[in-house]
Design a protein around this ligand. Structure first.
Ligand SMILES: O=C(CO)[C@H](O)[C@H](O)COP(=O)(O)O
Length: 233
């Protein structure tokens, strides 16, 4: 059986072949994106000139430690490519992201990029989004009211779902890099991700949600047979 970490690294290595000297990169978050930053750092040490915007404090710390030059979207508001992982990828390259809690910065960085390349092992491929609980980032103020409003939206969009306030392994509430909380919605199947995404944005208190619609231009999916490029790089 192939080691899942080896598959993630294969996807990351394939993505690196699309990185060119002088590029401005969005650096994703999660175990797959971590492989990409590791491999990128090796190329930087060998002389590749790039600059990156990290999508989380964890990725920032990793990139700094490995000597990958960093910038911000204030200094560099337009990026060439974001390379990031995903929790689910549907056939239209719509995604669920946010399993690592970095969805807000990940979406801002992806939207500021000319292209988003998703890297994943084949287990992330699904026919319809929703089996992975949808992360919804919310402001702490008015949490109870926001939760009720989200529940109504989920029901109206055909995917009523229990909402769980995300906690860390030690039981403390998980707080995002932006100081918000996350409600995970166990939808099972989302009939219309576009509609759900739009309606979630209309709920006061919702900061962002983990549906990435139309942002990814390409996915690199690694399986024991190799790393397949799906879509347009
Ligand atoms: O969205 C994310 C973090 O917010 C990650 O990209 C997603 O959770 C996938 O992570 P991994 O590569 O560890 O499976």
């Amino acid at each position: 059986m192939t080691d899942p970490e080896a598959l993630k690294r294969d996807a990351a290595a394939k993505a690196l072949t699309f990185v060119e000297d002088g590029m401005r990169l969005g650096l994703g978050t999660g175990s797959t994106a971590k492989h990409f930053v590791d491999l990128l750092a090796e190329r930087v040490q060998a002389g590749l000139k790039v600059v990156g915007v990290p999508t989380s404090e964890v990725t920032r710390a990793q990139a700094e430690r490995l000597g990958v030059p960093l910038t911000t979207l204030d200094e560099t508001p337009e990026l060439d490519i974001t390379i990031d992982g995903a929790d689910e990828i549907d056939p239209a390259l719509n995604l669920i992201k946010g399993g690592g809690g970095a969805l807000l910065r990940e979406k801002i960085v992806a939207a500021a990029s000319g292209r988003m390349i998703v890297i994943a092992d084949a287990s992330k491929r699904v026919e319809a989004l929703g089996r992975f609980p949808l992360p919804i980032e919310v402001n702490a103020f008015g949490l109870g009211a926001t939760e009720r409003a989200i529940a109504k939206v989920l029901e109206a969009c055909g995917c009523p779902a229990p909402l769980t306030l995300r906690r860390k392994a030690d039981g403390h509430v998980f707080v995002t890099d932006g100081g918000h909380m996350i409600l995970d919605a166990a939808c099972i199947r989302i009939p219309d991700p576009v509609q759900l995404g739009a309606r979630l944005h209309s709920v006061p208190g919702v900061v962002e949600h983990g549906l990435f619609i139309g942002l990814a231009s390409c996915a690199i999916i690694a399986s024991p047979g190799g790393a397949e490029v799906v879509g347009r790089v």
